[in-house]
Design a protein around this ligand. Sequence first.
Ligand code: NAP
Length: 244
Amino acid sequence: MAKLALISGASRGIGRAIALALAQEGFDLALLYAGNEEAAAETKRLCEGLGARAALYCCDVSDFALSGETVRRVLSEQGQIDALVNNAGITNDKLLLQMKEEDFSRVIDVNLKGAFNLIRHCAPGFIKRRQGRILNISSVSGLMGNAGQANYAAAKAGLIGLTKSVAKELAPRGICCNALAPGFISTDMTASLPAAARETLLSAIPLKRAGEANEVGSLAAFLLGEHAGYITGAVIPIDGGLSM
Ligand code: NAP
């Protein structure tokens, strides 16, 4: 029986690329999205084109109860969850003095609490079966901080603490939990950057280019695959050298 990966934010960008890389490695997929049904359906179609079974679930991961309901639906419809990828994320960049309480809270709720919600609901199954892989998509902003991203950098740094704590707690049960810290990757999230900001950012990257979502997808597939069973609690930058 193929392994099943549950991926949040699978409709677009890095989430879609991870879904495709996992489909290529023989995983079946539970694809979570927030509201963009058309894009999610396209991810599903592309995964099926690679021979995977793929099912769509609409779920705002910031909602604890809804996340639980979604995990229970996936388990009852698909039988098991072998890997969880916490990829759903948003930005709401503002300088500190312009940042309202709700700007901070919403970014924390989606990027950080959303990951906790899905981990909390998937962990009992992982623990019972004494196996499971968790991959959290953090960011170089969480490693380095970033002016204009106090909310996002705090959420992504929090995700690193969450990753290491879960890795330590669940390691005795054979469960691995890691994080990726992507730099500047070409997706919808970065497409709206003004040209000048984009140029400044690119010039700070040692490899002098943006990363592609499929480069993150390949690394994710490795970490969730059979050869990565001795890696846990790791935070791996994939950033063209930006954070070194
Ligand atoms: P993206 O293209 O903007 O896609 C964001 C994804 O998250 C979409 O699938 C979206 O679903 C989903 N989403 C948003 N809010 C959600 C919610 N409340 N509940 C569930 N899903 C939600 O972003 P991306 O660039 O691929 O980023 C993916 C992850 O990588 C994020 O965690 C981001 O912070 C991280 N990252 C990205 C970069 C980069 O340079 N792009 C760098 C470092 C880290 P809908 O389509 O349904 O709205």
